[in-house]
Every structure is written in structure tokens, then in C-alpha cells.
Design a protein around this ligand. Structure first.
Ligand SMILES: [Ca+2]
Length: 432
């Protein structure tokens, strides 16, 4: 009896721990950088699917619990009858006032009956408690089912658990475009030096230009305060429709910019909170190897209306400002790997990974500030300018709304009629 009760309690315990872990959403745990690019975080569709998969298991557990309860109920009923029978026979034994042996036996039997009755009452109490636990559990199950149903209704469209990846591949997005790809989206590329292919978002325009996007900010949904390994491998999410934020990863950017002897142009595109768009181009853009701490080098500023923030900026604090905020030749720093030119740790103070000097005039991996303007007080513990900054356009206390960093071979950047075309093309607007 007791054994069977404990077993029931055990099942209940498993059910409870199981269901609470489920509510929290195990899927979230798997949605990290190790999961690789190209996968969405669990969508509501994914959660609904998960819950529906889970319901049959719980149903089964509930059924087996109910069976268990029925067995117990049967046992107690049997015991009930036994007690009645024992009472009856004890009474009849007393009534018959037979000589001692019988009376002794029946009185010790009565003691047994009393003990038995006590246990019985205690067990009945336990049963009641168990039953109330079960019914509250059933209520929770019903709530869960309702929630799952609501979630499913929200997913009126088919769930997109997998991301659409284009079939063409190449050494980079320009190569993919040269092979005939005309649609922006996710492609596998394999630069000459790469051991294996990896996924990138290719922005392909109507001039057949294929930009390989290496950084994207647009809504602050991804935290860019990450460590060395994360910046090395990349983080955030790639999406086929350019709706998500990410850092492609220093290793991949290194491979993309050093596998070919042809010069690569970095195009920086920026959008402020009034919807204004500007850009800056840098020719012969290269990111060194990890041994050289992913050092940034470029040949020269190639133009653009956002200004040359990579060259540093004279903030007016000190004549050396411009020198110490330039970025060409700087190694990459993260909070856990300080390669900057500052006595302190720029990346730690600004909560980002970047080619820090002492510290920056351009800072596109900075903290996302909705609305743009922020102050020393907003900047937390250290109070430095830690927003998304391009200081030749907006001040360091203005954080940009959107940024894109993308690369393309120099030979293709002017396709379609020079820089002006580049501006018009920006943001997917218009044709020449
Ligand atoms: Ca330092």
C-alpha cells in the first residue's frame, strides 16, 4: 500500500518538474551561437509545435496516475470490507462468551483492527491530498492545452522551422551573383582559404552586384556585448529577408577579405532616427588573422557622405584626439581580450567588440539606444560614449538606428554608374 502511494507521489513529482521546465521553454537554451547561423530562435510556431509534442506524454502520465489511483481505491475498498468482517466476527465472538482462548484471540484481533483502522484513515487522508493534487494538475493541463491552441491559431501560416537557403554557392556573394543569382538571401560561400563553406546574407542588386554582409544592426534585438570567442565565431541570426541582427564573425571576415588578391571595398551604411541614410566606403579593406588579433587595415577612404570616421576625430578635448581615435591598423578588442592603445579596457567600458584605439570615433558594435540621443548617465557604470557611433555624421552622444557593414570586390563597386548609384541603391530603393 505504502509503496504504491510513494510510487504515485513519484509520478506526480516527475510530472510537475517536467511541466514547469516546459513552460520555461527549453528551446530558448538552444538558441545561441553554437546552434549556427541560419536558424531562427523558436518562433511562436516552434513553441506551439513543442507543446503539442509534449501533450501526449503528459496525457499518458495522467492516465497512468489515474489507473494507480483506481488500484488504490480498490485496495481500500477491499480493506474496508475486511474491517467490517473482522469487527463482525470479533463482536460475535464476544457475544458467544466462549471460554478464554477464543476471547483472547478476538480481543487481540480487535487491537489489530483498531491499528488497521488508524492506518486506513491516514491513508485515506493521503489519498484525498493526492486527488486534489491531480485535479489541480488537470486544471493546469487544461490551461496548457488552451495556450497551445491559442499559439497554434496565431500560426495561421505554415511554420518556418527551416530557413530558405539558396542553392548557388561561390567564394563570396559577388561570385554567387556572377553565377546568375539575382535574389538577396542566404547563400553558402567558401573563400579560397576557408576549410569549409559557411552561410552569409548576400545583398544582390539589380546591377548584378553581390555584397557580402558582415554586420547588421536594425532594432537592438541582439546584444553586441560579447566575448572574444563569440566575436570570432559570429553571433546573432541570419535571415533570408534581412530582418535580423548579427556579427558574421572575425574568422569569416578574415577569410573573406584575405583569400583573394583583388582589393575589397568595405561599405558602411548608416540610418539615423529621422530616416536619413548615409554611407562610407573603404578600399583595400582587410581583417588580419587571429594571430594578429583580427587587425583592421584599409588602403584609403573611398568616399561617401557619412564622412571618414575611421580616420579619427578631433573632439576638441586634446590635440591628440584624432590620432587616438583612428581605427586603421587597430587590433580587435573584446572585454576579455584587451588589444587597445588605452591604459584601461575600451571594449569592457563600452560593452562591445571593436577595433579599439583609445578608444574610437566609429563604433558600430556599440550599445543600441532607441531614439538615438543618450547621455553619460545612460551609459552606465563608466559613462563613456558607448552607443552606435559614426562621429563624422552625428555626435558621439547620438546612437544610430541602423547599420550595415558589407564587402564587395573593388571592381564591382562602381557598377551601374559610380558612387551616386551606390547611394540610390542603398536601402533597396530605386533603380538608376
Ligand atoms: Ca588597454
Amino acid at each position: 500500500m505504502a509503496v504504491s502511494l510513494f510510487a504515485t507521489a513519484g509520478i506526480l513529482f516527475i510530472l510537475f518538474t517536467g511541466s514547469s521546465a516546459q513552460i520555461r521553454g527549453d528551446n530558448l537554451q538552444t538558441c545561441n551561437m553554437n546552434d549556427g547561423f541560419g536558424k531562427y530562435c523558436p518562433t511562436t510556431c516552434g513553441v506551439a509545435d513543442y507543446m503539442f509534442r509534449y501533450i501526449p506524454v503528459v496525457d499518458e502520465e495522467l492516465t497512468s496516475m489515474q489507473n494507480e489511483l483506481e488500484t488504490i481505491a480498490n485496495l481500500t475498498q477491499g480493506a474496508d470490507e475486511k474491517i467490517e468482517y473482522m469487527k463482525d466476527s470479533a463482536t460475535s465472538a464476544q457475544k458467544s462468551s466462549q471460554p478464554d482462548p477464543y476471547y483472547k484471540r478476538s480481543s487481540s484481533m480487535l487491537d489489530d483492527v483498531l491499528r488497521f483502522e488508524k492506518t486506513f484513515i491516514a491513508q485515506e487522508q493521503q489519498l484525498l491530498e493526492l486527488q486534489s493534487v491531480i485535479s489541480s494538475n488537470e486544471r493546469r493541463m487544461a490551461d496548457l492545452k488552451k495556450m497551445a491552441l491559442q499559439l497554434q491559431q496565431k500560426c495561421s501560416q505554415p511554420c518556418r522551422d527551416t530557413v530558405q537557403i539558396q542553392t548557388l554557392t561561390g567564394t563570396d556573394c559577388q561570385d554567387v551573383a556572377n553565377k546568375g543569382a539575382t535574389t538577396s538571401g542566404l547563400y553558402y560561400v567558401k573563400p579560397a582559404k576557408a576549410q569549409e563553406q559557411f552561410l552569409v546574407y548576400c545583398e544582390i542588386d539589380s546591377f548584378g552586384r553581390g555584397f557580402t554582409v558582415i554586420q547588421r544592426r536594425q532594432d537592438g534585438s541582439v546584444d553586441f556585448s560579447k566575448d572574444w570567442i563569440q566575436y570570432k565565431e559570429g553571433f546573432g541570426y541570419l535571415s533570408p529577408d534581412d530582418t535580423t541582427e548579427f556579427w558574421l564573425g572575425n574568422e569569416k571576415i578574415h577569410l573573406l577579405t584575405t583569400s583573394s588578391s583583388l582589393p575589397t571595398v568595405l561599405r558602411v551604411e548608416l540610418v539615423d532616427w529621422d530616416g536619413n541614410k548615409k554611407y562610407a566606403d573603404y578600399n583595400m579593406f582587410r581583417i588580419g588573422s587571429e594571430a594578429d588579433m583580427y587587425r583592421l587595415t584599409y588602403g584609403y577612404y573611398f568616399g561617401g557622405d557619412a564622412g571618414d570616421a575611421f580616420d579619427g576625430f578631433d573632439f576638441g578635448d586634446d590635440p591628440s584626439d584624432k590620432f587616438y581615435t583612428s581605427h586603421n591598423g587597430m587590433q580587435f578588442s573584446t572585454h576579455d581580450k584587451d588589444n587597445d592603445k588605452y591604459a584601461g579596457n575600451c571594449a569592457q567600458q563600452d560593452g562591445s567588440g571593436w577595433w579599439m584605439n583609445r578608444c574610437h570615433a566609429a563604433h558600430l558594435n556599440g550599445k543600441y539606444y532607441t531614439g538615438g540621443r543618450y547621455t553619460e548617465k545612460d551609459a552606465g557604470e563608466y559613462g563613456f560614449d558607448n552607443g552606435i557611433i559614426w562621429v563624422t555624421w552625428h555626435s558621439r552622444w547620438y546612437s544610430l538606428k541602423e547599420t550595415t557593414m558589407k564587402i564587395i570586390p573593388l571592381s564591382r563597386i562602381t557598377a551601374g554608374g559610380g558612387q551616386q548609384t551606390g547611394i540610390k541603391q542603398f536601402g533597396g530603393l530605386g533603380d538608376a
